[in-house]
Design a protein around this ligand. Structure first.
Ligand SMILES: [Zn+2]
Length: 167
């Protein structure tokens, strides 16, 4: 039999979006003001064919997981909890945010997504969503997957890609 090539599946959908607020810190003491983006996520999964179904992974399930991941951070203020410069403190139902030691914002807790990343760049958001997707894929019993690539777009023609090979 002729050796088979490689397969990958990809989803990009109108509803794989999240409208969220953020600000990022730059090298030195620069820091953006709070603003928002209509982020868009798309994902590609590489892997072996599932021998029973002849697909890499079920589109319906992949879309469902990705929609859930987007919904978890939609309409929220994205805040980094691994930053050396941005300190996020939860106190009851409020979240206080300081930057470089200066108090900057207070938000209702319910309006924030506290993310285990060092800066809310699209690169870090892409990596975090890939990690979350990976957990869901493992739970759904996916087999033979070899790589995940996540694209997060924060503006037209402006996106970051994160690709990770799976052992
Ligand atoms: Zn931004």
């Amino acid at each position: 039999m002729q050796p088979r090539g490689e397969f990958r599946v990809s989803v990009t959908k109108d509803y794989l979006v999240f409208a969220s607020a953020h600000f990022i810190t730059f090298a030195g003491h620069r820091c953006e003001g709070l603003h928002g983006h209509n982020y868009r996520a798309s994902v590609t999964i590489e892997g072996a064919l599932n021998e029973e179904s002849w697909f890499v992974f079920d589109f319906v399930e992949l879309k469902r997981i990705m929609k859930q991941l987007c919904d978890e951070i939609d309409h929220l203020v994205l805040l980094p909890t691994k930053s050396d410069r941005v300190k996020v403190t939860e106190d009851g139902d409020v979240v206080s945010v300081s930057v470089d030691g200066k108090q900057r914002y207070v938000f209702p807790r319910k309006d924030c997504a506290l993310l285990p990343i060092p800066n809310t760049t699209v690169e870090m958001i892409a990596e975090m969503l890939t990690d979350r997707l990976r957990v869901h894929l493992e739970q759904s019993g996916a087999r033979g997957l070899t790589a995940i690539e996540m694209e997060i777009e924060e503006n037209f023609g402006q996106s970051a890609f994160y690709r990770v090979g799976l052992p």
